[in-house]
Design a protein around this ligand. Structure first.
Ligand SMILES: [Zn+2]
Ligand SMILES: [Zn+2]
Length: 136
């Protein structure tokens, strides 16, 4: 369990350590509404705003640690890019959890099954199916 503000601060500190700001510009930058932004300070600010929008206004979030009893292994790639890859997932008992894709699937398997089914019907889904040689 972690406080919302604490979660935001931790994610920001992990992704934008003090060394990041030793250079003023980020060569690759990010694009916001068609504008390329390379100022590291501006990039950090935009990332924070986006993160705040993704996080529902609740006091606390459960985290992967709170779901050890499900016996699911965490997804490394989500955890290394937590700020972009991890997700605020609504919980059956109310509130939200900030978790990686592995825990997300364990928490709401029906939702994922439904989404996978819908995805299978899209053009991209059909392509993936063909690539992996699955049949209906
Ligand atoms: Zn995890
Ligand atoms: Zn993942």
């Amino acid at each position: 369990m972690t406080g919302r503000q604490e979660l935001i601060d931790t994610l920001m500190a992990d992704f934008f350590p003090p060394e990041y700001f030793s250079d003023k510009a980020d060569r690759s930058g990010i694009t916001v509404a068609g504008i390329r932004i390379t100022s590291r300070e501006a990039i950090a600010k935009y990332t924070r705003i986006k993160l705040e929008r993704r996080l529902p206004a609740v006091q606390t979030f459960k985290t992967c640690e709170d779901f050890r009893h499900l016996d699911v292994e965490c997804c490394d790639s989500c955890h290394s890019f937590a700020i972009y890859e991890m997700e605020a997932v609504p919980l059956p008992e109310g509130g939200y959890a900030w978790v990686c894709c592995a825990l997300d699937r364990a928490i709401r398997p029906e939702w994922h099954a439904e989404r996978d089914k819908r995805f299978a019907k899209t053009a991209a889904g059909k392509l993936v199916k063909r690539m992996f040689g699955e049949r209906d």
